[in-house]
Every structure is written in C-alpha cells, then in structure tokens.
Write a protein that binds this ligand. Structure first.
Ligand SMILES: [Zn+2]
Length: 499
C-alpha cells in the first residue's frame, strides 16, 4: 500500500548541510519530506530518478521576475523553487504579497524597496503601479508616470524622516529585509538614507540586499568603497548585508572583496557576496555606472560594450547619448567583470549564486512579457533569468568551475537558506535541505546533460536536463515540461518584529 503521496526513487541525493551524497529514496507527504531512506518505499506517484541528482530546490535572492508567471516559468525550468525580489524590492509590500496569494507556482518573497519608497515620496505624479513590482514600472514608466526623481533627486530632512517611516512600515508588513539598490541612485540617495536602511535591518533582525553605489575598480569611487558604505553602518547597527552581483561592482577586486567578507564573518559580521555566472549584466540605459566617465575609466569599457536589448545592436557615443536623453528606461545589456574574475569569484568557498533575472520583452511588439503561456523563443532579454543555475551545474561538470558538485549545489540552496535563517527569515530553516520534516522543494537534474540554453540573442530559452521540479510537494515541472494550473507557491516573510 502506498505510504507516501510521492516517492522519488534511485536518485543521488545531495544534502549540503549533512553532507549526504548517496543514492536514497525520498518520500513526500503533505508538502514535506517524510523520509530519506535506503529502503524501498511506495507512493501514489513515483518519480524514477535513477542517474539523476535529487537536491533542494534552488533559492534565488535576486530575481526581478519573482512576482509574475513568465519569469517564474523560466526560473522553474532552471530548477528554482524560491525566486525572490530582494535587491530592487517591492512596494507596497502588503499589496505585492496579496497579489500573489494562491496564484504563484513558486515560493515568493520581497524586500521593502528603497527605490520605490523614494519615488513615492519624491514624485507626486506617480499613479498606478504594477502591484508593487517596481521593476515593471521602471521598464514601462509611461504607465505609472514613473520619473527619474527616485534616482537623481536628493531628499530634504523631512523627506528622509518620511523615508524611514515608510521603510519601517514595509518591514512591519513582513518584508524579507530591506532592498537597497543604491547603485541606481548614486547622485540622489544620501549616505544617511543608506545608513537608515541598515539601521532598520538591524532593528528588525533582517538583512539589507544591496546593489552597492559604485561599479568600479579605480579610486576614488571603487566597488570596495561602496561595500564599506553598507558595512560600516552594519558594524554600528547590526543586521546582515548581501552584496549582490558583487563581481559587477568589484570587477578586478572581486577576490579581494570576498576575502574581506570572510574576515568580517570571522568577527561575527553577517555579510556575503552573491555572483551571477555571466560577464555582462542587464539594466536600463539610465544606470549611473554606464556614464562614460565611469564606464570608461573605472570599468575599462566603452559604448560598444552596451547592447540595446530590442535590436541587439551595440551602442555608439551618439546612440548612447540620444537614448539616455530621450528614453532613459531603454533596456540594455552591458559587459562588466571579466569572465576570469566571475569564475574565480564563483569558486571562492563563501560566495553564493543569484541570477538577477531581468524582464524579457516580446521580440515583435517590444512589450514586457508577463504571461505563463508566452512562447519562450520569441523574447529578448538577458539569459541569466533563464539559465543561471543550469549554467553553474554545466560549468562545474566541464571543470570551468573547479569546485565539487555538492558545493555548487550548496551555493544555490543551503548556504542561502542558512544565511536567511540567520537573518530574520525563520521559514528558511525548512528550505535548502533534503531532510525529514523539511519542505519538499526539490529539483531533479541529470548531472551529465544539465545545460543552460539561453543566450544573449535568445534570452528566454529554458534550461534542459532538469526533468522534475517540486514546490511544497507539488510537481510543477514534469518530464521537462510545465504543469499548468497548480499554484503551490507560498510566501516567504521576514518576522515583521523588532529583534
Ligand atoms: Zn542590481
């Protein structure tokens, strides 16, 4: 008689926390892992995982698509069961969570967004937002009347007081920490506002999730200095700091920065560096790090290293200046760190993986693609939202990343869950593990064939070699295809309480 709802048989189970790496059968009941055993077990439904790895579902602290179906679909195909919008964040927090209640295939979480709060305060014309998805307002600003004030306008003393109050309300509504993309507000957001973000994170026992102020390997505005901007208030106020896509900020200083974080952690400071496995990023042309005086001298790049997403054309001085003036929200890709620095950073034992998955647009209409059913081969956009996690596994197989497979898995699962658990997200104690009693968020991949397929030209092609993905015990990817009309995703929250 079937004892379990689902059993996964004959797979190589990798559980980074207990260092289990052996063939086991896994039984699932009521959304939880009920047993991990060498014994034969029976379920109402059986997944034969022979020749495959069975590991915790990937957790992504950095996915701007976390809140809508098309992005969730590509993340799930890449093995991600918990994509979260923690860098740019969400606002209003309560509305964003309510909008996903019962409608989400994957687990979801959002930080309270300093970018959005600044825009709410500084731009009285701001109207209808995409239910708290500020990233969508950034790429279609005409709809929400989004301005550039959040980026460029310094706050008055009263506005800073209001900022602190609104950010704190977001934390009280259960946001996962504070999202502080100060790298997009270089000239507008004061160091005082950065310190307030960290002060609130400390007060609520949370982390900040940071796109730091500078992308530069040159003084005086180096990426390292920008990390110090968050770490100094952290020393004073506590809380954690995640320096996201930190190789894009530190560039040639990536390894030095990771060693600095290791030294800080030895003193009990909660700081980690996150990296995506690409030597180019994606954003809007308004990004201050692309200003020629920075992108040239401080990042060692030039106009042609910026690529317009709609037509995949490299820019020139003329087209850059024209677009920045007339269409600052134009989506672009841009080369940043050298691949050797990205690889070294990923090999560093304490770094973790985050995709920074960014929106896709329809190749014909240029519209942002949101729907679950939209075909994946008709979109333009950065491949990282579709391929980051499979790419890490493929690079590990090819020894391009010289790390054990179990460490590669840990950087996408347990290490992230543990950090978040230690920084005010108690639910994460039940994620990132294949152990009895833990949430049945499970990814099953073939270590010999797992592969990212998305490229700069074809940014929405799903990863392959990941035939099964389960979210809270529900099969969401089956035989490498999506299962429609199941919504097992649950919200991930901070405590909402003063620590
Ligand atoms: Zn970023």
């Amino acid at each position: 008689m079937a004892e379990y709802d689902i059993v996964i048989t004959g797979g190589r189970v990798i559980d980074p926390e207990t260092e289990l790496d052996a063939v086991r059968n896994v039984g699932i009941n009521d959304g939880k892992i009920a047993v991990v055993t060498e014994k034969a077990i029976q379920g109402k439904e059986t997944i034969d995982a022979t020749g495959h790895v069975v590991c915790p579902g990937f957790i992504d602290m950095h996915n701007h698509n976390a809140g809508y179906p098309f992005g969730q679909k590509l993340a799930l195909r890449d093995g991600v069961t918990t994509p979260m919008e923690l860098e740019l964040g969400v606002y209003p927090v309560k509305e964003w969570y309510e909008g996903l209640d019962g409608k989400s295939r994957s687990n979801y979480g959002g930080s309270v967004s300093s970018v959005a709060v600044r825009e709410f305060i500084l731009n009285p014309d701001l109207t209808e937002m995409f239910h708290g998805n500020f990233v969508l307002d950034m790429v279609s600003p005409e709809k929400a009347h989004t301005s550039m004030k959040w980026s460029q306008q310094p706050s008055t003393a009263e506005q800073i007081e209001q900022f602190e109050k609104m950010m704190e309300e977001g934390l009280q509504q259960g946001s996962v920490g504070v999202g502080h993309a100060v790298g997009y507000m270089v000239d507008g957001c004061s160091q005082q506002e950065s310190a307030i973000c960290q002060k609130l994170a400390g007060k609520y026992g949370q982390s900040t999730y940071v796109h730091s102020r500078f992308s530069s390997q040159m003084p005086p505005t180096s990426g390292l200095l920008a990390f110090f901007e968050m770490m100094a208030p952290q020393e004073i106020y506590g809380g954690g700091v995640v320096l996201q896509h930190m190789s894009a900020q530190a560039l040639r200083d990536t390894k030095a920065a990771l060693e600095l974080f290791d030294a800080a952690r030895e003193k009990g400071i909660q700081v980690i560096g996150e990296i995506y496995p690409y030597d180019y990023g994606a954003s809007d042309i308004l990004a201050p790090y692309l200003y020629p005086e920075n992108y040239g001298r401080n990042m060692g790049r030039t106009y042609k290293d910026i690529i317009q997403i709609s037509n995949l054309e490299p820019l020139t001085k003329e087209s850059y200046e024209h677009l920045r003036e007339t269409a600052p929200f134009t989506p672009i890709m841009f080369y940043n760190a050298l691949e050797e620095d990205v690889v070294k950073g990923l090999e560093h034992p304490s770094s973790v993986v985050g995709s920074d998955g960014f929106v896709w647009t329809d190749r014909e209409t240029g519209e942002i693609v949101l729907d679950w059913d939209h075909p994946c081969d008709t979109v333009n956009g950065h491949p990282r939202g579709a391929g980051t996690h499979a790419r890490i596994l493929a690079w590990t197989r090819e020894k391009k990343l010289d790390i054990p497979l179990s460490l590669a898995v840990s950087k996408m699962t347990y290490m992230i869950a543990k950090y978040m658990e230690d920084n005010g997200v108690p639910q994460m104690a039940d994620k990132g593990r294949i152990q009895e009693g833990k949430d049945a968020d499970i990814t099953i991949f073939d270590p010999e064939t797992v592969q990212d397929n998305a490229t700069m030209k074809d940014g929405g092609l799903p990863s392959t070699g990941i035939p099964y993905v389960l979210v809270n015990g529900t099969i969401v990817i089956k035989d490498s295809d999506t299962v429609d009309d199941v919504f097992p995703g649950k919200p991930i929250h901070g405590t909402g309480k003063v620590a």
